[in-house]
Design a protein around this ligand. Structure first.
Ligand code: DOR
Length: 430
């Protein structure tokens, strides 16, 4: 087992809120010591001056596409993209082919991850068979097989009675139900935010109300059942408002927002770039502001990427027919650093949203920097300036609105279970 010394970094622990310059000694897969001027003969040294040393980032919403769509991504490539972005663990969605609606698929994902992924992978199982919204999955069996949550993400559960049952069954295993909160009828064929931009572009609009009514319904059902509801990729001011109010009333609800919904508004779609087509769509500046305030106030718990790889030939088509989604694992940290640079979030709060809260919601360890804990760590350089070129990254796909852009901030080393799995100067280490 490796012995690693991370030296002279800014040690940030979102749990204790400790924030001081020091060293981290990793031995036998664990954080052996936190301190200053630590010595360790024979250790691999990572010089972290000017860098943040934090718990490995945890992304609770990614699409790894395996099984079935390996031409877009697979568990190996997605796991590599994760550690290159500073994530030591990711939770993968069930909209694969076959869907993760059966324990055999859950076990397959866990097996593949063990063999091929440098990042920890937590499978999220489907709530309904084939994500069809008609028949519940065997949720207890999926949980037994290793699923950490339930979600039909990418699809929506239109039947409120069925959703109620899903929430009730989730309580038996105390796992959250992650909802893609969008009313399919209201969304219709909408592909961009409904408003001035959709009119100008001549594209069908998806109104904010599609999210608002579905969040309202699911909050009512969470209140009725007492189950744990997690709202995925919140994109509207109305949803933030509803979630905040329900939480104040004691509803067990958590929520996430993506880096793109925090930084890009619907004007980004004006060039018809299909890499800006996402579900839910990019919204207005006012919605972005509300999401950012929701994060700062704690109404939104988590930043999750919704990393959604699609092949170039699939994206290279008319806006209406392109599949929604963008890749985000390798750009999340620099993109959301915008909130620290603007003074809206302290570094500790950003890291809480990028690690601690997701680990807590999924019931996994992680998100904490403390002696004796498993050494899932990241060294982040908040000042590193670089140009993002998807082809130079680890994802199999290229669909990013940040392609070719200059970004500030980057992971320089990622550790999983005490092993260095990524270094900026060496790449992913197998
Ligand atoms: O943009 C998205 N893409 N949103 C989703 O909910 C699904 C995802 C995908 O699977 O491509």
């Amino acid at each position: 087992m490796s012995r690693i010394l991370i030296r002279n970094g800014r040690l940030l622990d979102p749990v204790s809120r400790a924030d001081q310059v020091g060293d981290v000694l990793v031995e036998e897969g664990r954080i052996a010591r936190l301190g200053s001027s630590l010595e360790a003969a024979g250790a691999e040294v990572i010089e972290a001056e000017g860098c943040w040393v934090a718990p490995g980032l945890v992304d609770m919403h990614v699409h790894l596409r395996e099984p079935g769509y390996e031409y877009k991504e697979d568990i190996a490539s997605g796991g590599r993209a994760a550690v290159a972005g500073g994530f030591s663990a990711v939770a993968c969605m069930a909209n694969t082919r076959p869907a993760n609606d059966d324990p055999s698929v859950t076990k397959f994902i866990i097996d593949q991850a063990r063999q091929n992924s440098p990042a920890r992978i937590y499978p999220i199982a489907a709530a309904t068979v084939g994500l069809g919204g008609e028949v519940m999955t065997e949720m207890a069996a999926l949980y037994e097989a290793g699923a950490v949550a339930f979600s039909d993400d990418g699809a929506t559960v239109e039947n409120a009675g069925l959703m109620r049952r899903v929430l009730e069954y989730s309580k038996m295993v105390n796992a959250p139900v992650v909802v893609h909160a969008e009313d399919a009828g209201l969304r219709g064929g909408g592909v961009v935010n409904e408003g001035a931009v959709s009119t100008r572009l001549g594209l069908p609009g998806n109104p904010c109300a599609a999210e608002e009514v579905r969040v309202a319904r699911d909050l009512s059902l969470a209140r009725l059942t007492g189950a744990r509801l997690h709202v995925a990729h919140v994109s509207t001011a109305a949803a933030v408002e509803l979630i905040g109010r329900a939480r104040d009333e004691g509803v067990q609800v958590t929520a996430e927002v993506t880096p793109h919904h925090l930084t890009l508004d619907d004007s980004a779609t004006q060039g018809y770039d299909t890499n800006t087509k996402v579900s839910p769509p990019l919204r207005s500046k006012a919605d972005i502001e509300a999401c950012r305030r929701g994060l700062a106030s704690g109404v939104i718990d988590v930043i999750a990427t919704d990393h959604a790889p699609h092949a170039s030939y699939e994206k290279d088509t008319e806006f209406v027919s392109a599949p929604p989604g963008l890749i985000g694992l390798e750009t999340a940290f620099p993109v959301v650093m915008d909130l620290v640079r603007s003074g809206e979030l302290e570094p500790l709060d950003l890291l809480r949203c990028l690690s601690t809260n997701a680990a807590r919601i999924l019931g996994r360890r992680g998100g904490q920097l403390g002696e004796g804990l498993p050494a899932d760590l990241v060294v982040l350089d908040p000042e590193h300036i670089w140009k993002y070129v998807p082809a130079e990254g680890y994802s199999k796909s290229r669909n990013s609105p940040w392609a070719g852009k200059e970004l500030v901030g980057r992971a320089v080393a990622t550790l999983v279970a005490g092993e260095v799995v990524y270094r900026l100067d060496r790449g992913v280490i197998d």
